[in-house]
Design a protein around this ligand. Structure first.
Ligand SMILES: Cc1cc2nc3c(=O)[nH]c(=O)nc-3n(C[C@H](O)[C@H](O)[C@H](O)COP(=O)(O)OP(=O)(O)OC[C@H]3O[C@@H](n4cnc5c(N)ncnc54)[C@H](O)[C@@H]3O)c2cc1C
Length: 416
């Protein structure tokens, strides 16, 4: 049976990994060379600590304040674009305390499944991606966030996720190589981190070696259908026959899904990162600066990556260096010793997170077209949830029971 995967980001490649293992003939079609999209320059967190979806009442309140500040972590370019308005209205409707509570268990379960699968991948000699299971620190500077941190620890405990509050001395004990200006931190010992660029390259080489076919620089433009089945995809280089199609085209999936009548509202949440290959400063684990929403990732030896911002802006807008400056300014407030020059725009990476309208991914088969599986909308968690998504996709393609309950991720939830 021939499965076509549209999109060679982490979701497409993880799906290819498990589909190939299950014996399917797999082809990945991507309109790029698959070497620099959203799955590359991200922070690489594998984070069961992130059991709260993006759509929360807090982000709506905070987001409105941040929008007035050009260097802040969050920005929506005002627009009358129909898709943005559709997404925004659904996001506002989803951002309730009840939704946050309902989402915690499914997010925890898919995160833990994924982490367990990454641990298996880390033992495979063919794959290398600098897996670092050293936990994550979420630093806070304000009393308000200290209070919020206590709540997070309680919620984590209720979900069985280990988390504890550290005071300033506790933070220094875990990070003795740098001076940190923060009141304290939440420490999540169960989180891990990987070097996403290396993971992606390693997967590409491994999958090619296993006979997965890659068609690069070809855009999927439509679908050939007969009755309630898709029989192939149309591309800029001609048609390709398929027995099953996996839609894993990141934020671009929304437009493709519309062609078979599916509404999966998404916007591209642009984030930036800068990587210093041989940083003079050392942190030992992933660190989030909670007030600034900045991620710091030590990677693969001496590399240090700073990433952040969520900018809802039309795709292909030139990068806004003021936002990158905002990341650097925030780092300095927590790490006064860090004197890092803002690099030129050519050294700044950015990618578009596929942000669903409720902060949960879209994973599932379609009721109308029985041979289409959707796997996208992972927002800020595509790497973290990548391996599990690939496994779930393979179970869905094979119509076998899934490793966890995936009803909350149903891709048709906004069609009802
Ligand atoms: C600054 C930043 C930091 C982040 N940090 C983390 C983190 O620490 N942990 C984490 O879990 N996540 C993180 N993320 C989010 C994560 O990077 C994304 O969720 C993830 O990369 C999405 O993967 P994807 O495969 O769905 O999409 P993509 O990586 O965007 O891949 C989609 C692919 O589809 C292809 N495509 C699109 N349309 C077509 C078409 N019509 N035909 C053919 N091909 C097509 C594209 O070329 C692309 O290669 C971060 C993101 C950013 C921006």
């Amino acid at each position: 049976m021939k499965v076509i995967i549209i999109g060679g980001g982490i979701i497409g490649l993880s799906s290819a990994f498990y589909l190939q293992q299950a014996g399917y003939s797999v082809t990945v079609v991507d309109r790029t060379d698959m070497l620099e999209g959203c799955s590359y320059g991200n922070a690489g967190y594998i984070c069961p600590s992130h059991f709260v979806p993006l759509a929360t009442p807090g982000i709506v309140r905070q987001g409105l304040r941040w929008m007035m500040d050009a260097g802040s972590p969050f920005y929506i370019k005002p627009s009358l674009n129909k898709d943005l308005i559709n997404w925004g209205l659904k996001f506002l409707k989803s951002a309730t305390a009840a939704h946050v509570e309902r989402s915690a268990v499914p997010l925890r379960d898919i995160s833990l499944l994924s982490k367990q699968l990454y641990e298996t991948w880390a033992t495979m000699p063919e794959l290398s991606f600098a897996y670092a299971p050293f936990g994550m620190l979420e630093l806070f500077k304000t009393e308000q966030n200290a209070h919020h941190a206590e709540q997070t620890v309680e919620e984590a405990a209720a979900l069985g996720i280990e988390a504890k509050i550290l005071d300033k001395a506790g933070v220094s004990q875990l990070e003795p190589d740098v001076a940190i200006d923060a009141l304290g931190a939440v420490y999540f010992p169960g989180d891990a981190q990987l070097y996403p660029n290396q993971l992606m390259l390693s997967l590409l080489t491994y999958l090619e070696g296993k006979g997965v076919q890659f068609i690069r620089h070809r855009e999927v433009t439509g679908f050939a259908m007969t009755g309630n089945r898709i029989i192939g995809v149309d591309t800029t280089g001609g048609g390709i026959a398929a027995d099953h199609v996996v839609l894993a085209a990141g934020v671009w999936s929304t437009a493709l899904a519309r062609q078979f009548g599916l509404n999966i509202p998404m916007v591209g949440g642009r984030g930036y990162s800068v990587t210093f290959d041989d940083a003079p400063y050392k942190v030992r684990r992933s660190i989030i600066l909670s007030e600034a929403r900045v991620a710091i990732s030590p990677m693969d030896g001496n590399k240090l990556r700073f990433g952040g911002t969520m900018e809802i802006t039309p795709l292909h807008t030139p990068p806004r260096m003021r936002r990158v400056q905002g990341i650097f300014d925030s780092v300095k407030r927590y790490f006064p010793e860090f004197n890092l020059p803002l690099p030129g725009a050519d050294k700044v990476w950015y990618g578009y997170r596929p942000c669903s309208a409720d902060g949960l991914p879209y994973i599932g088969n379609l009721s109308r077209y029985s041979n289409v599986t959707v796997a996208t909308g992972h927002s800020m968690l595509g790497i973290s949830l990548g391996a599990a998504t690939g496994k779930l996709v393979t179970e869905l393609v094979g119509n076998t029971p899934t490793s966890m309950d995936i009803k909350p991720f149903h891709p048709e939830r906004f069609c009802r």
